[in-house]
Design a protein around this ligand. Structure first.
Ligand code: ATP
Ligand code: GLU
Ligand code: CYS
Length: 456
């Protein structure tokens, strides 16, 4: 999650609509400056009894964060408590129940991304050896009930946790029990952003299927392959989903700003404190009529904060964030950015991917998104056939995209190897969750705790 470091009071006050559009427009970059920013969350558990450590306990989440100092990371505090660490490889931060996230640095290529991930995993493993904790890449806690999970001391999350039950049934599970892998990618112009947004939104269910890794709830199969993705469908309809308007004529930065104005607020950050504005309207804030801050108008920093409170399948800020995938092991943390970079960072690949999905209707995109949590690659696709057939075609396009990047790159680096783990999934016909279920019904003899041997 984005970690707030300073108050936005000194930022310019928003006076006009152009200032709302500015962050999205400012994201435009020439292709040489396109970067890859990968985020991944991991579940943290104590090795002796598999419990999720609290923030304060000995060898708990605070100690894990502070131990990163030995690798050069520096604390970021909120109300006198360390809640994140900053370093050359980006930010290590906390999701609501202590899921540990690396928001990696914006990097030039996938070799760097995968090396960054490897460094991070090595560091936390060394810390884990000292503190008796392990880290595992799954889409969701396989066994814990909500009440067993700790809550991290972060103002943003106190507000969100209070609000979630009012707007959906599974929002608290989204916060406390899930983990994801995400990648942030750039665009060169508004038209480029639109093509990338539409293509990646339509294909986001494919990423959900290929990375599906959350088949267990409270120790038993839950009937889904990505229960995490199902959770998002019952979290908060005002800030999630497949965004039909992205496919409408005229979509661009302005329409995105209008959408974000309609996303109910969570908070305003002032002088180190999160002021609860959950459910209130940013449009009222613009008029100085926010009931929790009467007479005050938002700054550019308030708007930037607000942009981070929408959670659709793909999200725009100053870059596009791919949000469909479950958490997973190192190989898939490298594969997720490879998949999207291959599809979106080469124009021929992007055109070919768009050709595959451009005739899909809104109902068809929604139907696919809704089928994928339970059916993954077996979901039906528009026009007939199964998602597994499309998967092969899309992976071929991603590979061709990565291959042409290699041609452009002076070193001729080939990044296609990072897709291999996805090729194996498609060839075997089994997504990660199906492999876990096979083990559960086979060698694990119904004991979900055996999954913990797959820690990093
Ligand atoms: N120009 C860029 N191109 C690609 N990625 C970028 C660029 N600038 C920043 N990023 C990436 O965006 C990510 C931002 O992550 P951060 O956790 O701070 O925010 P967030 O996306 O709001 O959080 P969350 O996804 O948890 O809600 C980082 O991984 C960073 O590298
Ligand atoms: N843990 C959530 C939240 C991630 C986020 O919004 O960054 C997920 O798996 O999607
Ligand atoms: N990852 C999201 C949802 S919990 C956030 O930090 O806001």
């Amino acid at each position: 999650m984005s970690t707030r470091e300073a108050s936005g009071a000194e930022d310019p006050i928003i006076q006009n609509f152009a200032q709302l559009v500015a962050p999205m427009a400012a994201g435009e970059k020439p292709i040489e400056q396109w970067r890859i920013g990968t985020e991944h969350e991991k579940l943290v558990y104590k090795r002796d009894d598999f419990h999720a450590p609290s923030y304060d306990e000995a060898g708990g989440i605070r100690d894990i964060l502070l131990s990163l100092r030995e690798f050069g990371w520096e604390p970021i505090e909120e109300n006198g408590k360390v809640i994140a660490m900053k370093g050359d490889d980006g930010t290590v931060s906390l999701e609501p129940a202590g899921q540990l996230e690396l928001s990696g640095a914006p990097l030039e290529n996938l070799h760097q991304t995968c090396a960054e991930t490897g460094r991070h995993l090595k560091q936390v493993k060394q810390i884990g050896d000292k503190l008796g904790v392990s880290f595992i890449g799954l889409g969701m806690w396989p066994d814990k009930i909500r009440e067993e999970l700790p809550v991290m001391p972060k103002g943003r999350y106190a507000i969100m946790m209070d609000h979630m039950p009012k707007v959906g049934d599974l929002g608290l599970d989204m916060m406390l029990r899930t983990c994801t892998i995400q990648v942030n990618l750039d665009y060169s112009s508004e038209a480029d952003m639109v093509q990338k947004f539409r293509t990646s939104l339509a294909l986001q269910p494919l990423a959900t299927a290929l990375f599906a890794n959350s088949p267990f709830t409270e120790g038993k199969p839950n009937g889904f392959l990505s229960y995490r993705s199902h959770i998002w469908s019952d979290t908060d309809p005002h800030r999630t989903g497949m965004l039909p308007f992205v496919f409408e004529d005229g979509f661009g930065y302005e329409r995105w700003a209008e959408y974000m104005l309609d996303v109910p607020m969570y908070f305003v950050y002032r002088d180190g404190t999160y002021i609860n504005a959950a459910g209130l309207s940013f449009r009222d804030f613009l008029e100085g009529k926010l009931e929790v801050l009467p007479g005050e108008k938002p700054s550019a920093a308030d708007w930037w904060d607000h942009l981070s409170t929408a959670f659709p399948e793909v999200r725009l800020k100053s870059f596009l964030e791919m949000r469909g995938a479950d958490g997973g092991p190192w190989s898939r943390i490298c594969a997720l950015p490879a998949f999207w970079v291959g599809l979106l960072y080469d124009q021929s690949a992007l055109d070919a991917a768009w050709d595959l999905v451009k005739s899909w209707s809104m109902e068809e995109r929604e139907a696919l998104r809704n089928a994928v949590p339970a059916q993954a690659l077996d979901a039906s696709i528009p026009g007939g056939g199964r998602l597994r057939d499309l998967a092969k075609e899309v992976l071929d396009i991603a590979r061709s995209g990565l291959t042409s990047r290699a041609r452009l790159n002076e070193a001729g680096d080939n990044e296609t190897g990072f897709l291999e783990t996805l090729d194996e999934i498609v060839e075997s016909g089994k997504v990660p969750a199906q492999r876990l279920l096979d083990r559960y019904h086979g060698e694990w003899d119904g004991d979900v705790s055996r999954v913990y041997k797959y820690s990093f």
